[in-house]
Design a protein around this ligand. Sequence first.
Ligand code: ADP
Ligand code: MG
Length: 444
Amino acid sequence: MKLDVNALRYLTKDEFRVLTAVEMGMKNHEIVPAELVDRIAGLKHGGAYKNMKTLLRHKLTHHDSSKYDGFRLTNLGYDYLAIRTMVSRGLISGVGRQIGVGKESDIFEVVTPEGETMALKLHRLGRTSFRAVKSKRDYLKHRNSYSWLYLSRLAALKEYAFMKALGEHGFPVPRAVDWNRHCVLMTLVKGFPMVQVKQLSDPPKAFDTVLGLITRLAQHGLIHCDFNEFNLMVDDDENITMIDFPQMVSITHRNAEMYFDRDVECIFKFFGKRFNYSPPGIKISKGTSEAENLDGDDEEGDGRPDFEAVAGGEESLDKVLEASGFTRKDQEVLEQFIEKAEGEEELSEEEEDSEEEDDSEQLQTETTDNSPDAVESFTKLTIDGNLDDEIDSTRDPQSLPAVSEEKTATEAVRNLNCHINLPIFNQVSICSDVLLFCIREVIK
Ligand code: ADP
Ligand code: MG
């Protein structure tokens, strides 16, 4: 998927104001009534309606008139809002090619005003689970469409907070530069995901480094939970960088041991299969960061580090993370979603047809070409003026003007002729809603 940011260069301040108004309305509306968008945007009468058309044309919003006349933000609309904020903060000045497609994210190359190339990760929580359950209509009905905005934002905050804390504690991770909404700006890692590496000059060394990372994380109170060949980058000198942190959990999590063992198992399996390497007995104890090789004298009998023996001992990063604004409550919300999504994925693996399986394989493996020869071209972005007079999308949703859906339907009919050219059947549907409402009132 390409991220077409061309329109971003031409959108006016008012159009962005209306886009932000849709975003704000989504805090408590699945489909934001057009009238509410208009009120939040607070433009001269009718101003918002004109801008809504432009936003629709650029596919930044989606129009829905099934219940009443309203809008919701699209992925692209949310991307535009976040990217514009990054540009206005002076952090990026151009967006380039896509360098990664994860299960629940898209990663793009971006350029800073100083000319440095960085990576911008746009979280798309809900993408796989929505795909997985798309045939089960009942499921989708119970989902609040705000949840993808909310969850993707939480994932970005968590990823930023973890990456920052890990970097400050000497872990080999990209440098976390900033975050906004669902996106995280980080330094670009040179090299390739380990899944693309066919040969290593020193597999035992790489294995120790990688297993050392899992144990050092546990010593600091954390488990990666998706520690595998897709989330480890290897450069030409075989330096290893760990990426992808939204699913990390604390060693106090009720399934901590299972997650820890699963991470360890992934590495054992991958190194065995790809590099034909399995280590002699390994024992790791509290407070030491490196795996201690016991030359086959292995207490466990299988060379796997023991969670109980390893976990804790070093400064726990939990507190550092809370200070960053990522709360325990946020963690619980994300964990619930991730566990549910994993369950749905397992379920769907058995049910999905082969076409979709191919697709999901592609999602896993479509990865970076970070070679220096790759053509670099960026769509240059600038923002005129400052954002001071723009509406604050972090405002408490409760403070939004209240608009009842029935009232909206009535107003929508009034607005039909002047502002939006709705297809005739939409007009009929809105009129019938109003009619039903009147009948209900009369019966009462
Ligand atoms: P997901 O959570 O969706 O799996 P990841 O963070 O693992 O997303 O990123 C997906 C892919 O994007 C990675 O496998 C890698 O190829 C690329 N990628 C992610 N972050 C960076 C980065 N900082 N530098 C270079 N490539 C990256
Ligand atoms: Mg990943």
